[in-house]
Design a protein around this ligand. Sequence first.
Ligand SMILES: NC(=O)c1ccc[n+]([C@@H]2O[C@H](COP(=O)([O-])OP(=O)(O)OC[C@H]3O[C@@H](n4cnc5c(N)ncnc54)[C@H](OP(=O)(O)O)[C@@H]3O)[C@@H](O)[C@H]2O)c1
Length: 284
Amino acid sequence: MGNRNGKATKSEYTSPDQPARFAEHKRTNNVRVLDIDKVYDPSSLKGKRVLVTGANRGIGLSLATELVAVGAKVIGTCRTTSKELDALGVDQIIEGIDVTDNDVATKLVAALKPTGPVDVLINNAGYFMVEVETVESMNFEEEMKMIDICAVGPLRISAAVVNAGLLTPNAKIAMITSQGGSISWREVQNPDGCDYGHHMSKAAANMGGKLLAQELKSKGITVTMLHPGFNKTDMTKKYEHIWEVEGAVDASIGAKRVVQEIGLMNIENTGKFINCEDGLEIPW
Ligand SMILES: NC(=O)c1ccc[n+]([C@@H]2O[C@H](COP(=O)([O-])OP(=O)(O)OC[C@H]3O[C@@H](n4cnc5c(N)ncnc54)[C@H](OP(=O)(O)O)[C@@H]3O)[C@@H](O)[C@H]2O)c1
C-alpha cells in the first residue's frame, strides 16, 4: 500500500465522524486542516494546462480562480458561463459542455484540439438534489440524473480527452467525488439511511475512477478520487445550519486543498480516494 508520496506504508484512514473529526482537528491544531496556507505548495501546477468542468460557479469557479492565481493555464468548461468566470482571465472558456450529453466529446474535442492537450483534467461538475430522499420519498428520476451527472459524466469527459489524444504524457485526472460515496462510512454518516441517489452516484463515480486508474496506468496517467471537503456552496446551502459545527469552508479554501492534493498525485499512488480536508485516505 503506498501513501501520497508513493512510499510503501500502511494506509492511514481519516475519521468518518465529521463533527468529531473537526473538533479533534481544532484540539490538536491540525494546520493541514485549519490553515492550508501553512503547507500549501501549488508550484507543480505553474504553467500547466488544467481543464475544470463546471467552472462557472461553486468549487469549480474557485478552482479556476486559484489555478489562475498560481500560474496555471486554465480551460473552464460549463453549460453556460458566468460573469465571475468571464472576469477571471482563464485561457479558454468552453461553453455548452453538458456532461450528460453522449455527444459531448465532439464539442469538447473540437474546441480543445486547436489549443492542445491538457496536463490535468478536473472532473468537478456535480449535482445533489435538495430534498432528502428516504424510502418513502425516493425520486427515481432525480436518482438517475445524479448518477448521470456525477458518475457517467466524468467518464464521458475523460474518455473524450483520452481518445482524442488530448492528455499530455503523465497527465492527471482528478475526480471530484465525495465522502458520501464511501460505503464503509455510511454506518456513521447515514445511521438512518437517506440520500440514496446522491451517495449512489458518488460511489459509482469512485468505481468509474478506480477502473480508469487501472486502465490508464500503463499510459502513465494518474487518476485520483478527491473528496473536496465540506464547502459553503449552492450545493450545501441546505446544510447551512451545520456549516460551522462540521468545519465547512469557503470554496476558495476548498480549492487550495484540492490543488494541494493534485500536486501530490503521481503514478505510484494512482487509484486512491483522498479526503482533501486532511490529505488522508477514505476507505471505499
Ligand atoms: N460543496 C461541498 O461541500 C462538496 C462536498 C463533496 C463533494 N462535492 C462535489 O464537488 C463538486 C462541486 O460542487 P459544488 O459544491 O461546487 O456544487 P455547485 O455549487 O452546485 O456547482 C455545481 C457545478 O456543476 C455544474 N453542473 C451540474 N450539472 C451539470 C451538467 N449536467 N453538465 C455540466 N455541468 C454541470 C454546475 O453548472 P450549472 O451552473 O450549469 O448548473 C456547477 O458549475 C461536485 O461534484 C460535488 O458533488 C462538493
